[in-house]
Ligand binder design. Structure first.
Ligand SMILES: [Zn+2]
Length: 164
């Protein structure tokens, strides 16, 4: 009896999620993955919203590709802290938690270089336990383990190497 209503509600949720993601300049491939909405429509809407074409380059699908220097490592770690906090208190879906954590990250450092798509990759790696937050043994700052390209876990604040 309410099937039509439920289907329309589901479609409404998918489209409103897509708009939230488009507003944050998420990659079209990520929005498509999260909502199932055709890529052509997403590209067209992205263009209308931002006045430029969405980037067509490949998404870096691992956190290690996002931490080339100490500054970017610190930003990645900050987002990981935001996501872990939201994840510990929210019952929402993973994508909603990523949106919330990304907005908090942007409030903390509005000039931060991390894109929404990068945040998405980091959150997925946390969910898969490919990377992990631990306090630094020396200064107590959060250290994101297994997140560096060179494989050496080092505190972003005091530069102390992390001992297992
Ligand atoms: Zn430290």
């Amino acid at each position: 009896m309410f099937l039509g209503w439920l289907i329309m509600l589901e479609i409404y949720h998918q489209y409103s999620l897509a708009i939230e993601l488009l507003n944050r300049r998420a990659r079209v491939s990520i929005i498509h993955r999260e909502t199932g909405i055709p890529k052509e429509l997403l590209r067209k809407t992205y263009n209308e919203l931002h006045g430029c074409s969405p980037s067509r380059g490949a998404v870096k699908y691992s956190t290690q590709g996002l931490t080339r220097n100490n500054k970017s490592y610190k930003e990645v770690t900050l987002f990981a802290v935001c996501f872990a906090k939201v994840d510990s208190i929210s019952q929402e879906s993973c994508i909603k938690k990523i949106i919330q954590a990304f907005d908090i990250y942007k409030q903390i450092i509005p000039t931060g270089q991390l894109s929404f798509s990068a945040a998405w990759v980091i959150a997925k790696d946390i969910a898969l336990r490919a990377i992990e937050l631990r306090p630094c043994n020396h200064c107590g700052a959060p250290v994101l383990l297994n997140a560096r390209e060179n494989g050496i876990d080092r505190c972003g604040v005091c530069r102390t190497k992390f001992n297992q």
